[in-house]
Design a protein around this ligand. Structure first.
Ligand SMILES: [Zn+2]
Length: 98
């Protein structure tokens, strides 16, 4: 079968599930039994056509993105695009109803 989502053996599908995540949303992959083709590995959110990326790559990207978000928020506050937040953590929790 040319579709890379299908694997003849369960252990092959499980190897992909353990090492890879969805290329579209970087979420967990699921394994389904496919009667004619063995096992299908897919993302329930994005479907079969998005492909996979290594989990280690996605984890590095998430870490990089978190760092970039901190820098961008600071820049936007400096440029007065975002308001300065002088609230304490307790005040924020109180606003959120905790
Ligand atoms: Zn996905």
């Amino acid at each position: 079968m040319s579709n890379t989502n299908f694997f003849a053996e369960f252990f092959q599908a499980q190897d992909i599930q353990l090492s890879y995540c969805c290329a579209g949303c970087w979420s967990f992959l699921n394994i389904y039994h496919a009667d004619e083709h063995g096992y299908r590995v897919t993302c329930d959110r994005c479907g079969d056509d998005r492909g996979f990326v290594r989990k280690t790559w996605a984890e590095h990207r998430l870490s990089d993105n978190a760092g970039e978000a901190i820098e961008v928020r600071a820049l936007l506050r400096k440029l007065k695009v975002l308001p300065e937040s002088n609230r304490t953590a307790d005040e924020v929790f109180k606003e959120l109803g905790f």
